[in-house]
Design a protein around this ligand. Structure first.
Ligand code: NCD
Length: 325
């Protein structure tokens, strides 16, 4: 099995065997992370720069820990207070960073496609940590690892993704990944938040949560992404919780051993009831966070291997200037 990618910009370009390759290596990193000595030297002497143009708690921390565990020199750029505020374009910021010879760039940006654009301008590996409503590949990979470890496989499962699908990059990346691996996806939510167009991805669409949850193996809940909504998509949070909030009564429609997932941050009492989120027999929300570090270690390890291979084949590439088009 070979991982051929130069960047991790989305799930879309990945083959099922590349996905499996990341998950298999991540399984090994889960073991390492559970030991007292959590260090490996896979990224020693490499520089990782985290550029988060949008607020993030868990994703940024997870990428930082992942890089440090592998021995990279990790730097977090405070993009909120950066030169962007002084009028610099994304491309100029990228070229400036590129001149510092980073090896791995981890980027989160509020605009769909921005990370892709940046990747074309630099000569290092770029990882998408979430771009607008487009993709969040490491979240989908960590969700896949969580499901695979909990169910023993990741094929032929019935998986419900519930809530604000329209504004969610997590939903998009998960749909792409879980379909590629041969699972059945049901999207559940009000029509305002679950566009019919998603049926083109081979998903079934439900606006009745009880019908949608019937006999599913996995229930994935999503936050209402208010920062990306330009108008009223739901009548009120109370009404939304009543119809689409996951509680014990609605969860009873799923299989008895169905697991409950959430990418975080969670809004208790809006999309999920606190007792379900805290139920250690059903909720795998903490496992998702644990798998996040391992998946990011695996992705950065594989990308760094490919980067080093291409630098050996083309030794001048490291000194090339970024491309200004
Ligand atoms: C998600 C994101 O930022 O897209 N969170 C995350 O990465 N853990 C989902 C969200 O913000 O609701």
């Amino acid at each position: 099995m070979e991982f051929k990618q130069k960047h991790l910009l989305g799930i879309e370009p990945l083959s099922p065997s590349e996905i499996t390759c990341i998950l298999d290596l991540a399984d090994k990193y889960v073991q390492l992370n559970r030991q007292a000595n959590k260090h490996s030297n896979r990224l020693v002497s490499l520089t990782q720069i985290n550029m988060f143009f949008e607020n993030s708690t868990r994703t940024q921390a997870s990428f930082e820990i992942a890089g440090k565990r592998l021995g990279a020199d990790v730097m977090n750029m405070a993009m909120q207070a950066s030169s962007i505020k002084k009028g610099e374009t994304l491309i100029d910021t990228a070229l400036t960073l590129n001149a510092m010879h980073p090896d791995l760039l981890v980027v989160r940006h509020p605009h769909s496609g921005a990370v892709d654009l940046l990747a074309q301008k630099v000569n290092c590996a770029v990882l998408n940590a979430g771009d607008g409503k487009h993709e969040h590949p490491t979240q989908a990979l960590l969700d896949a690892l969580t499901i695979r470890r909990s169910k023993g496989h990741i094929k032929g499962l019935n998986i419900a993704i519930c809530g604000d699908i329209a504004h969610s990059r997590v939903a998009r990346s998960n749909i792409l990944l879980l379909r590629k691996m041969g699972n059945n996806i049901r999207l559940i939510g009000p029509p305002t938040l679950v566009p019919q167009g998603f049926s083109q991805y081979g998903c079934e669409i439900y606006d009745d949560m009880r019908a949608g949850l019937k006999d599913v193996d996995v229930v994935m809940m999503l936050r209402l992404q208010r920062e990306r909504m330009d108008g009223g998509f739901i009548p009120s949070e109370r009404e939304y919780y009543h119809r689409y909030g996951l509680n014990t009564e609605k969860l009873a429609y799923a299989k008895e051993d169905a697991i409950v997932m959430h990418p975080g941050p969670m809004n208790r009492g809006v999309e999920i009831d606190g007792t379900i989120a805290d139920d250690i027999n059903r909720s795998v929300i903490q496992e998702q966070v644990e798998m996040g570090v391992a998946v990011r270690m695996a992705a950065m390890d594989l990308l760094a291997q490919n980067l080093q291979k291409s630098r050996l084949q083309n030794p001048d590439s490291t000194n090339k200037k970024g491309v200004l088009v």
